[in-house]
Design a protein around this ligand. Structure first.
Ligand code: SF4
Length: 257
């Protein structure tokens, strides 16, 4: 195609695509707007319930111990990959006792596809040894005891407590909960510890477990990191995130990704 003709075609295409999408509205914060007002938070939670009813972790597991190990392996790795690795892992080491008796080096070839496999091998063997030696082979249902196990931080402990034991001790803050809670202005913090504290203040305790599961689904389906699918989002008309791709409401600079 000649250069001039190609330029015209490109301009027409651009104009057509612009006329199809609604412009993103920008503006200043309305006085009296409170992003963590209980009625707004309730509205967000209700919409998440409707869109993602009954969702839970995507990590395959049959026991608290399997969930603990799978969650440790899920750091910096997709749940789909963890679900490919854990059947092989649990076939060879079916109990905490069997894993505790292994050396981390033996596990490394199996864990390699999940990334950071040397550290993960040390963590899962160390956690299993702790469970066998200090907790009679049972995963404890207590935050402090879970945190005493090697490789177990607050996020992993919250997953096990919330998903397996149905104990709402805290809120799971993974990359999706981190990003979307900020977009929804439920927190301004940028570190997981503070974000969890903020969420525990504004979300009723009986919703802590569901909120994390639903937001993780939302983060995979629509509110993705780059170019969130705002036009399809059930929260669109109450979301003022600065990086919305489509908006019917004013966006706020404070609602950062
Ligand atoms: S409107 Fe967009 S930025 Fe806001 S929650 Fe929905 S997908 Fe995320």
């Amino acid at each position: 195609m000649p250069v001039a003709k190609a330029k015209v075609a490109k301009t027409v295409k651009l104009l057509k695509s612009k006329s199809r999408s609604k412009p993103v509205k920008t503006g200043s914060r309305k006085s009296g707007y409170d992003p963590v007002a209980p009625e707004r938070v309730k509205d967000i939670l209700n919409r998440l319930d409707q869109r993602y009813p009954g969702v839970s972790t995507a990590l395959d597991h049959k026991s608290a111990w399997e969930l603990l190990i799978a969650t440790i392996l899920s750091a910096q790795c997709t749940d789909a990959m963890v679900n490919k690795v854990t059947p092989i892992l649990f076939q060879k080491y079916p109990t905490p006792q069997a894993m505790a008796a292994a050396s981390p080096e033996e596990l490394e070839p199996i864990l390699r596809p999940t990334g950071f496999y040397r550290n993960k091998a040390k963590s899962v063997v160390g956690a299993s040894r702790g469970i066998v030696e200090r907790f009679g082979g049972q995963v404890p249902d207590d935050m402090d005891q879970l945190l005493s196990l090697p490789g177990v931080a607050r996020k992993t402990a919250n997953v096990v407590l919330g998903t397996w034991f149905r104990k709402a001790v805290g809120v799971v803050v993974d990359t999706h909960v981190h990003r979307i809670s900020r977009r929804l202005e439920l927190t301004k913090a940028d570190n997981p510890k503070q974000i969890e504290q903020d969420l525990m203040k504004v979300i009723p305790q009986e919703k802590w477990i569901d909120y994390s599961h639903q937001i993780i689904y939302h983060g995979r389906a629509l509110c993705v990191a780059r170019k969130p699918r705002c036009a399809e989002c059930p929260l669109e008309n109450i979301c003022h995130a600065a990086d919305k791709t489509w908006s019917t409401v004013e966006i706020h600079k404070s609602a950062q990704p």
